[in-house]
Design a protein around this ligand. Structure first.
Ligand code: ATP
Ligand code: FE
Length: 333
């Protein structure tokens, strides 16, 4: 099928065309407006999606060398995400599908993050284990098939990406702080500052304790030395990153042991983290796992992964109707 997919769950507006399982185009407009606020402002995100959607869709069709009449189906992210942002993308998709007389496919954003692995090579075989680490989610998922997934562990508070961004903010780094913290950590000593590891019983994660620990530690130290952060920035970044990676790996190791699944996939924006990549590859070499990490452009929010998920749903006959509506808390199944 020739699929046009839209992504608008958070602050990236994406459109992609996938035809016969081949990606023909993938366009993303990232919203700059949130930087000055140090986080995503939902109402501004909705408005920016309204401005970006038509140009992004037009570019995706042009890059693919298709017109909208060539499409077989329109796919869109249903959730989870910000309600206003989801509404804008959902309305656009439904209106376009109605005008063209084409069916609609509603896609779960977290499933799309996982199915991004099928956009490139090598491809994991079912069943496999996926650690999804993004701005809003941290999940350990048993992926039985493209349509059958089970979350066996997740964060009970902040997501891993949030942990990066919030601690980076405490260090005075620009938003989103994850990539900045990653870069600085590469010059730092991860053993100088220790923070609490948020690995819970079972396979759940907790990252709010780390944020609080960093906050109070910095308060205490800057009271003694106002230049503490500036003088120790790289080591602080390395210590924080090391803590997050230790937490993720501890639960990942447990999940592999319990499920016996040794194909380990990473998904989501935090999969871009150089320390996490190195640590997972090292662990894989030691334990005999096979590791899968999608190309960077398919880790952060994009519509190509939504198209890929829609491709599987199309083959399974999983279509929606004009009555479909966004679900900000859509669960992964
Ligand atoms: P969700 O899918 O849960 O709704 P999202 O799609 O907004 O969230 P992503 O785009 O997958 O999240 O990932 C964004 C997150 O990834 C941000 O928190 C960002 O700081 C983090 N991130 C990106 N690159 C890196 C990096 N190199 N190191 C650490 N974190 C990073
Ligand atoms: Fe996402």
């Amino acid at each position: 099928p020739r699929i046009l997919a839209l992504e608008s769950s958070c602050d990236d507006t994406g459109a992609a065309v996938l035809a016969g399982g081949r990606l023909l185009s993938n366009v993303v407009a990232t919203q700059k407006v949130h930087e000055q606020y140090g986080g995503v402002v939902p109402e501004l995100a909705s408005r920016a999606h309204q401005q970006h959607l038509l140009p992004v869709v037009t570019a995706a069709l042009r890059d693919a060398g298709l017109t909208k009449n060539d499409l077989d189906v329109v796919a869109v992210t249903q959730g989870p995400g910000l309600l206003g942002s989801l509404l804008v993308g959902g309305m656009f998709a439904k209106t376009l599908a109605l005008a063209l007389g084409k069916p609609i496919i509603m896609v779960n954003h977290m499933r799309a993050h996982i199915l991004a692995h099928f956009l490139g090579r090598p491809v994991p075989t079912f069943p496999f284990l996926c650690l999804t680490v993004s701005g809003g989610h941290t999940q350990l998922v048993v992926v039985r098939s493209a349509l059958d997934m089970e979350v066996i562990g997740q964060t009970i508070d902040d997501a891993a990406g949030e942990a990066f961004d919030k601690t980076a903010k405490l260090l005075g780094l620009p938003y989103p702080g994850g990539p900045h913290l990653d870069r600085l950590a590469q010059q730092g000593d991860p053993r100088r500052f220790a923070f609490p590891v948020g690995a819970m019983a079972g396979y759940d994660f907790s990252f709010s304790g780390l944020k609080t620990a960093v906050l109070y530690f910095l308060k205490k130290e800057t009271a003694k030395n106002p230049d503490f952060v500036a003088e120790n920035l790289a080591d602080l970044c390395a210590g924080i990153q090391h803590t997050i990676i230790t937490t993720l790996l501890r639960q990942l190791r447990r999940a592999v042991a319990a499920t016996g699944l040794t194909q380990v996939a990473l998904a989501g924006g935090v999969a871009a983290n150089s320390g996490l990549r190195t640590a997972v590859h090292a662990e894989a070499a030691a334990q005999g796992w096979q590791v899968f990490i999608p190309a960077l452009a398919f880790c952060t929010d994009n519509a190509a992964m939504v198209a890929q998920a829609a491709h599987f749903q199309f083959l399974a006959g999983d279509f929606a109707t004009q009555l479909a509506s966004p679900d900000p808390r859509l669960k992964l199944r």
